[in-house]
Design a protein. Structure first.
Lengths: 251, 301
């Protein structure tokens, strides 16, 4: 895929302000985070980053499916509405078209995930967290959010491209948000069957309540490497399947 | 004459039913080929197969002298402009932005955008959002997009669909100028015979997926040569007599039809009928319209 092709894809999005979508969700995230940062004790400041890293995956379960549904739908709908495929596929390969569109959507996902870490670091600066920046945990969070985001984005991408009415992918995103959140309360084996639940599957801590001290306890969790690799392989295979379905579909 | 499109036994089936069957299309270079057929006859499916948008169930396609396959499809299609079913556009962008995008994808110089805007007479509305265009303007934009790169072959699927009479006239005039001005070959489909009659030099008629006529338009017109229709006091006897005397006469439901309008044949016919005391009740010259021929060929009459 050439840079020129990618630029053409962004030129198509002129006046659509797609970049505003992840920025709006980041702003909401920033405001939510700010609400929980008042009256922080020394204990809270000593685990400020860790606490946020524990909270963000849960928030991603709610936010990301909706955000990704809106991004994919907005980007793919311009082709669906204008019936441009009959022209485009005489000029370019269907598979490359699918990949390029996915890549532009993925870059918005990346923007959001990096922005999320930016908010984390910003709060550390503003409120003076005493905890050293947990770089490894931050990178793990980034990798997990990008992986789960890619899987959900793949589904939203193919649904948006194949649906004449964008209400279908948008409702899927909304339902995914609920399912992802509630899967946290399902038995582990069942929760792993819910695609949207993987945003919360790689959280670095488990929250406990220390009754004696009256404080929130963050219990470190071992990173589930096997699950991560397994889900990575699933995401790759799922992407190939969705791409195959799209490429095979005749106009 | 060199052919730019050649299909051989081209067939497309959906759920075991043939939408297009054993189609042998032959489009000569430099012509306007009118691809005619009733709605649902298989015109759009054929055009999509010519562009590789739909895979044929069997048969093959040659475009610009080369067989079309998955490997060379995109490079071959660089020499083709197309407008299939309805114009493709990005409604949130201006007409100019739309054409610039297509120019980038076709890898043709940006300068051509200006040129094609002039050809389709959209210069004044080029900065307007396409979602605010009328259907006629969208069709012209679609044609402009197809013209980018000045392709050797243009495939236009029902380009006047949904246009008002003035728009139809304008589009028709535009299409007719292209072969002379730019040396293009045009394949234009329509379900309206009169439209093809005014544009095409060659015609192919498809019905229920089968090509039932393909030749020059003037050959089709020959089918409409005039004859004499008459009624007599005894049509059966008159028919028998005239045939016995070597005149090309056919019996239809309530008239006789002399398949000739030469004065000598008409004179001889009158003499024969007079000699046998058969009275002539009505006589008129008749010419089958293209409409009649079309309906006859497609079995709709």
């Amino acid at each position: 895929m050439t840079m020129k092709e990618l630029i053409v894809e962004y030129r198509k999005q002129r006046h659509l302000f797609v970049w505003l979508i992840p920025l709006a969700f980041l702003a909401a995230l920033f405001l939510w985070g700010g609400a929980g940062q008042r009256n922080l004790s020394d204990y809270d400041l000593a685990q400020g980053y860790s606490y946020l890293l524990c909270q963000l995956p849960v928030l991603n379960c709610i936010i990301m499916p909706i955000m990704l549904a809106v991004i994919a739908s907005r980007i793919c709908d311009i082709e669906v509405k204008g019936q441009t495929w009959k022209l485009l596929f005489t000029l370019q390969d269907k598979g490359r078209f699918y990949d390029r569109k996915f890549l532009t959507e993925f870059l918005y996902l990346l923007l959001f995930c990096v922005g999320e870490l930016g908010i984390l670091l910003l709060y550390g600066r503003i409120y003076g967290y005493t905890e050293p920046i947990p770089a490894i945990l931050c990178l793990r969070h980034l990798a997990a959010a990008l992986l789960a985001g890619s899987a959900v984005l793949t589904l939203q991408h193919v649904l948006s491209l194949l649906s004449v009415n964008q209400i279908v992918p948008l409702l899927t995103g909304l339902a995914g948000s609920f399912l992802g959140l509630f899967s946290e309360f399902f038995p582990a084996a069942v929760a792993r069957l819910v695609l949207w639940g993987y945003f919360g599957a790689f959280t670095p801590y488990r929250i406990d309540w220390d009754e004696a001290a009256g404080e929130v306890l963050l219990v470190p969790k071992i990173f589930p490497t096997g699950l991560f690799i397994g889900f990575f392989i699933f995401t790759v295979l799922f992407s190939l399947l969705c791409r195959y379905i799209f490429v095979r579909k005749e106009l | 004459m060199e052919t730019v499109i050649e299909t051989n036994a081209l067939t497309k089936s959906y759920h075991g039913k043939n939408a297009v069957e054993d189609l042998d299309l032959s489009v000569p270079a430099g012509c306007i080929y009118g691809f005619l057929g009733p709605n649902g006859a298989g015109k759009s499916t054929t055009m999509k197969m010519l562009l590789g948008l739909v895979k044929p169930t069997r048969g093959n396609v040659s475009i610009l002298g080369k067989p079309l396959n998955d490997r060379n499809r995109l490079s071959l299609l660089k020499g083709i402009g197309s407008l299939i079913e309805s114009p493709a556009y990005y409604g949130h962008l201006s007409g100019r932005d739309n054409l610039s995008l297509i120019a980038s994808l076709k890898q043709v110089p940006e300068k051509q955008v200006e040129d094609v805007l002039g050809i389709v007479r959209l210069k004044e509305q080029q900065h307007k959002k396409v979602s605010h265009y009328s259907l006629g303007m969208k069709q012209r934009l679609g044609l402009a997009a197809a013209l980018l790169g000045y392709p050797a072959l243009l495939l236009l699927d029902e380009p006047t669909n949904g246009l008002d009479p003035a728009g139809i006239q304008e589009m028709r005039e535009l299409i007719c100028t292209l072969p002379q001005k730019y040396g293009m070959t045009i394949l234009v489909s329509s379900h309206l015979l009169a439209e093809i009659d005014q544009m095409a030099t060659h015609v192919g008629i498809i019905d229920r997926g089968i090509l039932i006529f393909q030749d020059r338009l003037d050959i089709l017109h020959e089918h409409s040569r005039p004859g004499i229709s008459l009624r007599t006091t005894d049509d059966d006897a008159a028919c028998r007599l005239l045939v016995q005397n070597g005149l090309p006469v056919q019996r239809t439901d309530d008239t006789l039809f002399l398949d000739s309008h030469r004065d000598s044949d008409v004179l001889r016919m009158g003499k024969i009928l007079y000699s046998m005391n058969i009275g002539l009740l009505r006589i008129e010259e008749r010419q089958a319209s293209l409409e009649d021929i079309f309906l006859h060929l497609t079995g709709q009459c």
